[in-house]
Design a protein around this ligand. Structure first.
Ligand code: SAM
Ligand code: SF4
Length: 487
């Protein structure tokens, strides 16, 4: 077996960095006689998933998607408001789109998602070329808003719902590799972390009917998909209760929690891999961990954002757990699922009043938990949040940047070490398609969500293969297929 590590280790490639700030663009649908819709989605997986619901709603209103912005009758930007730079990106994009619109006056521009919800009609005052502003719970209303905008009025709906889950809408898969797909299982968030804008832009937490989730997973499996990621801001607080509907009880006292839901989806087929994101450390239960252990097709990977490694900072962040609690959850994962379970983190550098010692606590938490990778950010104050109202954003930008660089550096070392442990092992990989760098290579993920790249040979996407890992960087494993995995 080979145990060679690449001489020069490329640790955080541009592609890895981009992965945190991805923009996705709709594809050309081969449908004629339809008006053309271009959707550009910013931010998190939830937004990408929402754009697929939007495409479905607009298909029924006579639109097919396009990948060419110049060819579009209607442009939607599905926006993110989580940090200031995410919003600046959208503002810059709108400036570019304004040029296109000047030569094509009939073209309409809509801003959807979290930034639309945060700014509401203020958006129309600030960005005059925008015709439609729609919040995350109002996508069913888009056809009406577009009709309104076509008559020269502005179309606005930023109503936040307590019920909307779009459970009955079949998403149109955008940018799909035909192998992996997202399924939204809940919307909104009730947590009120003090730094976070999400509770204000996505409203109250609500869980989607589990039977509609299972049906979506079954449909995807039938269509050739082999992996689904169950999405929510806080999946572990998923809770669905059968309700009395027009006097008819759907099911007696049925309560489905996240562990139950995981099990229901895992049973769709042993060939369908299940992932989920995001877990909140206060809510992830041993029941969930044991359910993961019970089913081979539930991937042994958990994204468990920490945000800080210091209890005082966690308290003013309103995360409702301590450093020790977080460590206890890591211990439980290692105890129940073993050391090989993949764990990733989110960490914020330079939150209000954070001292150097408290920052050191974040660094030492990284070492304690041995995370496989992480998404790390400098604190960005968001207007209207609890932190913006209560605490001064008092850590100078250069200090935030330095602390962030230190966090990234420590995580990079741990990621590399975790990947090096896999040299010489055989990993089961679901092939997602060609690798980004070469058509001669294929790529896919192992159970722990690590990207694995290997020579194409005669293998095809959608296949499970056993890959012998021969090289690695901090971000990627490289190897060659031993033999296709019998399924
Ligand atoms: N619901 C998930 C959770 O609680 O872990 C996270 C959702 S949020 C869309 C993704 C990440 O963005 C957070 O985990 C946090 O690290 C980061 N984030 C949120 N607000 C931020 C802010 N004001 N400044 C910097 N990073 C922020
Ligand atoms: Fe934001 Fe906290 Fe909700 Fe995550 S759990 S979306 S960080 S408020």
């Amino acid at each position: 077996m080979e145990h060679r590590i690449a001489d020069s280790l490329k640790i955080l490639t541009e592609a890895d960095k981009e992965a945190c700030e991805t923009v996705r663009v709709s594809e050309n649908e081969p449908l004629s006689g339809k008006k053309r819709l271009f959707i550009e989605s910013y931010g998190c997986q939830m937004n990408f998933s929402d754009s697929e619901i939007v495409a479905s709603v607009m298909r029924d209103a006579g639109f097919a998607t396009t990948s060419d912005v110049n060819n579009a009758d209607l442009i939607f930007l599905n926006t993110c408001a989580i940090r200031d730079n995410a919003e600046q990106k959208v503002r810059n994009r709108l400036k570019q789109l304004n040029f296109i619109k000047k030569n094509k006056p009939g073209m309409l521009i809509g801003v959807l998602g979290c930034m639309a919800e945060r700014l509401k009609t203020k958006f129309l005052e600030e960005e005059k070329m925008v015709d439609i502003v729609t919040g995350p719970d109002a996508y069913r209303d888009l056809p009406r808003l577009v009709d309104e905008a076509e008559t020269g009025q502005k179309g606005v709906n930023v109503f936040l719902s307590r019920e909307e889950t779009y459970a009955d809408i079949s998403p149109i898969r955008l940018n799909s590799n035909g192998v992996t797909a997202f399924i939204s299982i809940m919307r909104g968030c009730d947590n009120m972390c003090s730094f976070c804008v999400v509770p204000f832009t996505r409203g109250r937490e609500r869980s989607r009917d589990p039977y509609s989730i299972v049906k979506e997973a079954e449909d995807l499996f039938r269509d050739g998909y082999r992996e689904v990621t169950l999405l929510g801001q806080n999946v572990d607080s998923y809770k669905w209760k059968a309700e009395v509907n027009e006097g008819v009880e759907v099911a007696n006292d049925t309560v489905v929690n996240f562990a139950n839901l995981l099990e229901m989806v895992a049973k769709v087929s042993p060939e369908l891999r299940i992932r989920f994101s995001t877990s909140h450390p206060k809510d992830i239960t041993d029941e969930v961990l044991y359910t993961m252990k019970k089913y081979d097709n539930i991937c042994k990977y958990i994204h468990l954002p920490a945000q800080s490694g210091n209890t005082r900072v966690l308290e003013i962040m309103n995360r409702t757990y301590t450093r020790e609690w977080y460590m206890g959850r890591i211990d439980a994962i290692r105890r129940i699922l073993g050391d090989e379970c993949g764990i990733s983190q989110d960490m914020i550098a330079g939150f209000c009043t954070e001292t150097e010692q408290e920052h050191q606590d974040s660094l030492s938490l990284l070492t304690y938990a041995n995370f496989d990778f992480g998404y790390m950010f400098a604190y960005s104050e968001r207007p209207g949040t609890l932190a913006a109202k209560k605490y001064k954003d008092d850590i100078p930008e250069d200090v935030k940047k330095r602390r962030l660089a230190e966090i990234i550096e420590v995580q990079r070392g741990i990621s590399l070490e975790r990947n090096q442990r896999l040299l010489g092992t055989v990993q089961k990989v679901l092939i997602e398609g060609p690798s980004k760098k070469s058509e001669d290579d294929l790529c896919g993920r192992n159970d722990q969500n690590k990207m694995v790249v290997f020579p194409r040979e005669n293998f095809e996407k959608g296949q499970y293969v056993n890959v012998l890992i021969t090289e690695c960087t901090a971000a990627t494993l490289l190897g060659r297929v031993l033999q296709p995995e019998p399924v």
